[in-house]
Design a protein around this ligand. Structure first.
Ligand SMILES: [Zn+2]
Length: 215
């Protein structure tokens, strides 16, 4: 038996928003209702929403496990999850890892820089982070950056989850899908190993081909 919409009522009514403007309580409710796999059209291209949904799904898992059992859900468990959500969305431009020895935060622009660097080291790749000519992504980036001083709108972070939109130019003659796959693999490995992220999603858009240069 599920208990729909309970997440919303327990959140602070002064509801918080992600960098793209999406409401945190609505996203949490979507996950709590088991609809994480049904993103709307905005969420399908939004790194901020994708990161939030992935992170909330991890956080909400123990609540869902409880809900499947024929016992009443301890109020304390639900409250502690919602408190953690509150902490995570306190600053949506930083990752947050709570450890026994204190909190670790990494700025989204650092995650972006590391991702771009790792992608750029794949042979045959030139990278332009989030600078896709694909209109929906370009529009999203424009919308998400207006009103914020932070330039790296193509990276969404929340807790220990990051979603990165990378637009690439690939050299002529390289097998495009192989290069794109290798970019995903390296960026994910780098961010997990060197930033301590738990869950990393890398969306790659190949936007351009360029002639092999002599450099
Ligand atoms: Zn969004």
């Amino acid at each position: 038996m599920t208990e729909p919409s309970q997440a919303r009522h327990l959140l602070d009514p002064a509801s918080q928003r992600l960098a793209c403007g999406a409401g945190v309580d609505e996203l949490l409710e979507q996950v709590a209702d088991g609809d994480a796999d049904r993103p709307n059209s905005h969420q399908r291209t939004c790194p901020h929403c994708q990161a939030a949904i992935a992170e909330f799904r991890l956080l909400w898992a123990p609540v869902q496990d409880y809900a499947r059992q024929p016992v009443s859900l301890p109020q304390r468990l639900r409250r502690s999850v919602l408190q953690e959500v509150d902490r995570l969305v306190h600053d949506v431009w930083y990752t947050l890892h709570l450890t026994d020895t204190g909190a670790i935060r990494v700025a989204a622009r650092v995650v972006a820089a590391i991702a771009r660097d790792a992608a750029g080291r794949v042979p045959g790749v030139r990278v332009a982070l989030g600078r896709s000519t694909e209109s929906r992504i370009a529009e999203l980036v424009a919308r998400a950056t207006s009103g914020h001083l932070h330039p790296h709108a193509a990276v969404g972070v929340l807790g220990r989850t990051a979603v990165i939109d990378l637009a690439l130019a690939v050299s002529y003659g390289e097998p495009v899908h192989v290069v794109a796959h290798e970019v995903q693999r390296r960026v994910i490995a780098e961010l997990k190993q060197n930033v301590g992220l738990q869950s990393v999603i890398v969306n790659v858009t190949v936007d351009d081909v360029s002639p092999l240069s002599a450099e």
